[in-house]
Design a protein around this ligand. Structure first.
Ligand SMILES: COC(=O)N1C[C@@H]2C[C@@H]3O[C@]2(Cc2nccnc23)C1
Length: 130
């Protein structure tokens, strides 16, 4: 009903705000757009489900997420994919893995500090009711 749409609108505002703050952080520049398959032709062979911050924003606008947990599953793909595709000991791989770990920790810290658990519970109830 209308109250549920009000809750999901507030969820989208929260998720956009979090995602836009991450996209503004210079450490996360490599995660702002999809990896360029023309530049990196084997990327889709290694990584089954690419994800990036611009795609998160598109998903939010397409009402893909009813809970923060669903959003987190896609957000986690960004750093998980980076750890998987860049496993070597060379400085470039280590650099992007360091940034992937920073992304993981930053997302979790924002959610822990800024997501109201009662609001999250209401979203989870809406999800279960559908
Ligand atoms: C999230 O970003 C990544 O996982 N990557 C991996 C790719 C390998 C390396 O860095 C990336 C882009 C790139 N383009 C051209 C040549 N080499 C590279 C970014």
């Amino acid at each position: 009903e209308e109250q549920e749409e009000d809750v999901l609108r507030e969820l989208r505002l929260f998720l956009r705000n979090v995602t836009e703050r991450l996209a503004l952080d210079r450490r996360f520049k490599a995660f702002t757009k999809p990896v360029d398959i023309e530049e990196v032709p084997d990327y889709l062979i290694v990584i089954r489900k690419p994800m990036d911050l611009s795609t998160l924003l598109t998903n939010i606008d397409e009402h893909k997420y009813v809970t923060v947990s669903e959003f987190m599953s896609d957000a986690d793909l960004i750093w998980q994919n980076a750890l998987e595709y860049n496993p070597d000991s060379d400085p470039m791989d280590r650099h992007i893995r360091h940034r992937a770990c920073a992304l993981k920790d930053t997302v979790r810290a924002i959610i822990r500090d800024e997501l109201d658990e009662d609001f999250d519970r209401v979203c989870e109830e809406i999800k279960e009711s559908r």
